[in-house]
Design a protein around this ligand. Sequence first.
Ligand code: T3D
Length: 268
Amino acid sequence: MSSPFSTITVEQAGGVLTVTLNRPEAYNAFDEQMTVELSTAFKNAQRDDAVRCVVLTGAGRAFCAGQDLKEIEGHYRDDGEGPLDFGAHLRKRLNPLITRIRTLEKPVVASLNGVAAGAGASLAFACDLRIASKSAYFTMAFAAIGLVPDCGATLTLLQHVGYSKALELCWLGEKFSAEEAARCGLVNKVAEPEQLADATRELASTLAAMPTRGLGLIKRALGKAWTATLDDQLEYEAFLQQTAGLTQDHREGVRAFLEKRKPKFEGK
Ligand code: T3D
C-alpha cells in the first residue's frame, strides 16, 4: 500500500513506530504539510495498541531546522498572502502537535541524527527522551530572525537548564552540542554517529517491551508534577496507582517476580 504521507515516513517494527522527518533538502524544516502529517502520525500512534514506543528522527544530515523559512518568505512576496499570522499558525498546527506528543501515553524518543534548530529544537525537547549522535547540536535560532522560541521550548528548556542558561541559549542562539546538552540532562544518551541507529533501536525496543500503560501513567504523573503542590501530587499518584494496579501488566510483573522468570508484558 502506498504511504499516505509525503513529508514523513513511518515504519513499524515490533512495538516501535519510527517516524522520520523526510525533507532532507531543507534540513527537514517544517512546512504546512509536515505539521499536518506529523499530527496524523501521532494520532494514529495513540490509537494503535500495537505501537508501544515512538521514535522521531530525521532523514539525511539534520534532525529538523525548524520552520521552513522559504515558506515564510513566500508570504512576504508581492504575490504572496501577506505576513504569516504566526499566532494563528501555532495555535492551529504546532501547538496541538506538541500537546499530542506530551499527552501520548507511550514513550516518545527523539533520535537526533543532526542539527535541531528553532522549532526543530523545541520539537526534540517536547519528546520524552533524547538520544543524540555526537555530531548533533541544538541552536535556538529564533532570536536571530527576530522571533521568540515556541512549541513549548521556553518551558521545556527552562526545566532542563535553568533560567540563566536558557536565556543565554535563546538570546544568542549559539550551538549547544549534544555532549553539553547531555551534561545538563537535556540529552539522555550520546552515541557515535555510526552507532546512533543501533543505540536508538536498543532503547526503543526496551521501552516497547515494558508495561506500556504504566509508562504512560508515569509520564502523566511527571507532566503534572511541575505545577502541583505536594498534596495534589500525592492524591494524583494514588489515583494513577489505582489505575496501574488494575492492569494485566502489573499482575504479570508480580507473578513473574514470584515465579523467578522474565515478565512478558503485553502493554495492557
Ligand atoms: O508559526 C510558526 O510556525 C512560527 C514558528 C517559527 C519557529 C522557527 O522555527 S524559527 C527558526 C527557523 N529556523 C532557522 O532559522 C534555522 C535556519 N537554518 C540554519 O540556521 C542553518 O541551516 C542550520 C544551523 C540549521 C544548519 O546550518 P548548515 O550550515 O549545516 O546548513 P545550511 O547550508 O545552512 O542548510 C542546508 C540546506 O538546508 C540549505 O539548502 P540549500 O541552500 O543547500 O538548497 C538551507 O537553505 C536549507 N535549510 C536549512 N534550514 C532551513 C532550510 N530551508 C528552509 N527552512 C529552514 N529553516
